[in-house]
Write a protein that binds this ligand. Structure first.
Ligand code: ADP
Ligand code: ASP
Ligand code: MG
Length: 405
């Protein structure tokens, strides 16, 4: 019997009616002769609510305790889904991440999966169960509960599909596939039938939260075919797969927006070797991921150094950077939470020129100022005023003719 790993996101299991609907889908699939491992996220906005609750108690809670708290969300949904399946007369058993041996490193709130012991899942499958696994969580070798970063249930699903050698990994969500831009921002966005791992990897790491970026990384590394589908509508969705000729002909495949970053600037950093190394070493030691970095040589003996980090890491970043600034003799540290990063992505950019000028031109026409720029082989990102982010996405989407014809 073919094994399929499915994942249902928070909005797909937001209330009892939706859980029951998902249960029906799962049971129907099982009865068509499949073995199923189902990964579920926390109900609706549970994770956001838990974070808000923690922040009411403490502005910078210990990350270990955050993981203790956040991992409860998924434990609720797996149990409820198993009960809903039982009511439909099928066997199902729910497990937490730690129970099924999802072993991670020790980096709380953004842990990486190191290993998965499949014994317990295989045994439960062998007994005829639909196996329901809590997404977004694991445990360290020392037995501490960890979480995998926001949206991390996708990663649980893809990693399980890989270790269980599943026939397919199906990600069920509240859109019917991957679009040329977030359809909530660009109503005329077009659904893509196929997208390459590299493109969705860029789109995901640049803010298109339809897929968790590390889940795509794992999918790419182990060649797991991933299909993104709507949890309530039928359709083919979008297949994430290896790059092919047809994809290379498309210069730009999508536009992404990230409104979750903040810009930090260290003013008057002494212009001498080793300063940047010192600052970024401290950030790395605190396990803070830095995104865009800008520094420019000036005619004076000092320079300003700016970079972006996730807003959720901002309190920790400012603490670390203020200490680092003192240590290297910089003047002061400032931050701007009102920024947005807009990115254009496409594997065809490798062989086509003019994408940057067209992108900048689209922003210029709307008088949107660019604060930072970064590029790679297959993407161009611009940081703009936070209030202009959505307008910038629509402008670029239109400029490249990505909308429905
Ligand atoms: P889930 O709870 O199922 O994991 P998410 O909210 O994490 O769902 O991801 C789905 C959302 O991603 C969609 O509702 C959509 O607004 C957003 N999104 C952003 N960019 C894209 C895109 N390019 N294509 C489709 N959806 C996108
Ligand atoms: N519940 C977690 C989150 O909201 C994980 C997930 O949904 O994938 O980030
Ligand atoms: Mg998600």
């Amino acid at each position: 019997m073919k094994l399929i790993v499915q994942k249902y996101g928070g909005s797909s299991v937001a209330d009892v009616a939706r859980i029951e609907r998902v249960a029906k889908r799962i049971v129907a699939r099982k009865r068509r002769g499949f073995r199923l491992v189902v990964v579920v996220s926390a109900l609706g906005d549970t994770t956001d609510e838990l974070i808000a609750l923690a922040r009411k108690i403490c502005p910078e809670p210990e990350e270990r305790e955050m993981d203790m708290l956040l991992s409860t969300g998924e434990q609720v949904s797996v149990a409820l889904l198993a009960m809903a399946i039982h009511r439909l007369g099928e066997k199902a058993v729910s497990f937490t991440g730690p129970q099924v041996g999802i072993i991670t490193d020790q980096f709380h709130t953004k842990a990486r999966i190191l290993d998965i012991n499949t014994e317990r899942i295989r045994k439960a499958l062998g007994q005829g169960n639909i196996v329901i696994v809590a997404g977004f969580q694991g445990k360290t070798l020392g037995g501490e509960i960890t979480t995998l970063g926001r949206g991390g249930s996708d990663l649980t699903a893809v990693a399980l599909a890989k270790v269980l050698k599943a026939k397919a990994c199906e990600i069920y969500t509240d859109v019917d596939g991957i679009y040329t831009a977030d359809p909530r921002i660009c109503p005329d966005a077009r659904k893509l039938d196929q997208v390459s791992y590299d493109e969705i990897l860029e789109l995901a790491s640049l803010g298109a939260k339809v897929m968790h970026s590390r889940s795509v990384e794992v999918g790419k590394k182990f060649n797991v075919p991933i299909r993104v589908l709507h949890s309530r509508r039928n359709g083919e969705g979008t297949l994430i797969t290896k790059e092919n000729r047809k994809m290379e002909e498309v210069v730009v495949s999508g536009v992404a927006l990230n409104e979750e970053e903040a810009k930090v600037t260290i003013f008057k950093v002494p212009d001498r070797p080793g300063v940047a190394a010192k600052v970024f070493k401290r950030l790395a030691d605190a396990n803070i991921n830095v995104d865009m970095i800008i520094q420019n040589k000036t005619e004076t003996k000092s320079t300003d150094l700016s970079f972006t980090v996730s807003k959720s890491d901002l309190p920790k970043t400012l603490r670390v950077v203020r200490e680092a600034a003192r240590a290297v003799g910089a003047a002061h540290v400032g931050c701007d939470e009102n920024i947005a990063k807009v990115s254009v992505v496409g594997v065809g950019m490798r062989s086509h020129s003019g994408v940057a000028s067209k992108t900048f031109g689209a922003l210029a026409k709307r008088k949107i100022n660019i604060e930072m720029i970064s590029t790679s082989e297959i993407k161009i990102s611009c940081v703009v005023d936070g209030k202009k982010g959505k307008e910038a996405v629509r402008a670029i989407h239109k400029e490249f003719g990505l909308g429905k014809k």
